[in-house]
Write a protein that binds this ligand. Structure first.
Ligand SMILES: Nc1nc2c(c(=O)[nH]1)N[C@H]1C(S)=C(S)[C@@H](COP(=O)(O)O)O[C@H]1N2
Ligand SMILES: [Mo]
Length: 409
């Protein structure tokens, strides 16, 4: 059974290195007059909380002594929290092990980077040209876009190539403002032949890349962009976009991998179903889980992120009865449905994760689990979702497995 919300808040407040929580969530049964349904669920929450309060020791870390972190693999083969390389090979991997409830919106300086600002960019008179299958081309200047921008809330981004070498640190969330893509598309008159939309960004680097093909563009349907709430971002955490994050305008397609979120956007083209896949779509076909690197853009399925989860640190405690207990702290993100069916498996079968409140899919959620390992040694921690209605492509394939070394039980 899921623990109550207050159990969660108490749980994550225990011990050093624990998560700080900003907002109290409990209240009287009558302190707000939202919908009747809300009030009912609030009543249920309060009841569950009351039961937890009566049961002493329901928070296993209450009064515990923090002893340090257990070693969580894989070791990084890239530097973390440091911007490295130039151009297409520019990277910044976030050290996710430090995240807590207060730092779930990363600063512009901390946010992951994949491709730094192209050195051949010319920012004078920046605008976005809308062309292709339209009655006449439209040039949207930057001031117009800035004037149309509204708050878009907190959104997570993940590079489709997010892997163990960077300790899965190509993953970040920030607060954005921007212009809904559909509002910009409405500035042009597409012809009846137009079925898809190509969005392209500047990618002129004087140096080539060892890993990556230059040319950043992806093709979407209007329905996909509208359903995802795609927007042209203008600010990030209240500041103009940083150069490395696409200044002056980038695309953000919430819930899709970063490779679909074109930076330095300067061109939109209405196209039809015969439009070839862009070089970017071909390069990222496998990482966005396409069945093959299709030749036509219309053959691509959405670059959407299924619900994913992984541990980010394992805290070791001596609890009040003198025994050793570990607190596995992790993230879950992606997907389009919320769930309370997250599981953790250390080799003895999946177990429901103790403590989390999965309230939305736009940004990441922290979870915690009290763990008494069966022995010392190395364990592989595998996350899952015990709900067949929720697709979990990458979890099923073992993408985010983390090994942990336990030296004492
Ligand atoms: N023009 C351009 N846009 C781009 C890319 C690029 O190389 N060139 N990389 C994409 C990839 S693969 C990712 S993961 C995101 C990274 O965005 P960030 O560096 O702001 O985190 O940008 C996307 N947009
Ligand atoms: Mo990416």
């Amino acid at each position: 059974m899921r623990p109550s919300r207050r159990w969660f808040l108490r749980g994550i407040g225990a011990g050093a290195g624990s998560l700080a929580v900003g907002c109290p969530t409990t209240g009287s049964l009558t302190d707000d007059d939202d919908t009747a349904n809300d009030d009912d669920s609030a009543a249920n929450d309060d009841d569950a909380t009351a039961n937890d309060d009566d049961a002493t020791g329901s928070d296993p870390f209450e009064g515990a002594e923090f002893l340090g972190l257990a070693e969580l693999g894989p070791d990084a083969t890239r530097p973390l929290d440091e911007t490295i390389n130039q151009g297409l090979d520019g990277r910044r991997y976030v050290d996710l092990a430090d995240l807590d409830q207060d730092t779930l919106v990363l600063s512009n300086e901390d946010f992951y980077i994949r491709t730094r600002e192209p050195d051949l960019i010319d920012l004078t008179d920046w605008g976005v040209t809308i062309e292709g299958l339209v009655d006449s081309d439209v040039e949207v200047d930057l001031a117009t876009l800035q004037g149309m921008a509204t708050d878009q809330g907190v959104h997570l981004m993940e590079c489709s190539g997010n892997g163990g070498g960077g300790r899965f640190g190509l993953l970040s969330a920030a607060q954005w403002s921007g212009v809904p893509v559909t509002d910009v598309l409405d500035l042009a008159s597409p012809t009846g032949a137009a079925t898809r939309i190509l969005i392209e960004g500047f990618d002129g680097h004087s140096e080539g890349s060892t890993f990556s093909t230059p040319g950043a563009a992806w093709v979407y349907t209007r329905e996909q962009l509208a359903a995802a709430g795609a927007f042209f971002a203008i600010t990030m955490n209240g500041e103009p976009l940083p150069a490395d994050h696409g200044y002056p305008v980038r695309l953000l397609v919430p819930g899709w991998y970063g490779c679909c979120c074109i930076k330095w956007v300067n061109r939109i083209a209405f196209v039809d179903d015969n439009e070839p896949a862009t070089s970017q779509m071909q390069e990222f076909a496998q990482r966005t889980h396409q069945t093959q690197a299709h030749a036509l853009a219309s053959a691509y399925s959405p670059g959407d992120i299924h619900i994913a989860a992984m541990p980010i640190r394992v805290e070791k405690y001596r609890v009040t009865d003198g025994s050793i207990l570990y607190k596995v702290v992790g993230l879950m993100w992606g997907g389009t449905q919320t769930t309370d069916a997250l599981t953790l498996d250390w080799g003895e079968g999946p177990v429901p994760v103790d403590t989390y409140e999965h309230a939305q899919n736009l940004t990441w959620t922290l979870w915690e689990h009290a763990w008494a390992p069966p022995s010392t040694g190395s364990f592989t921690l595998a996350m899952g979702v015990d709900d067949p209605s929720i697709p979990t492509r990458r979890l099923d394939s073992g993408w985010y497995l983390r090994d942990v070394a336990i030296d004492e039980t």
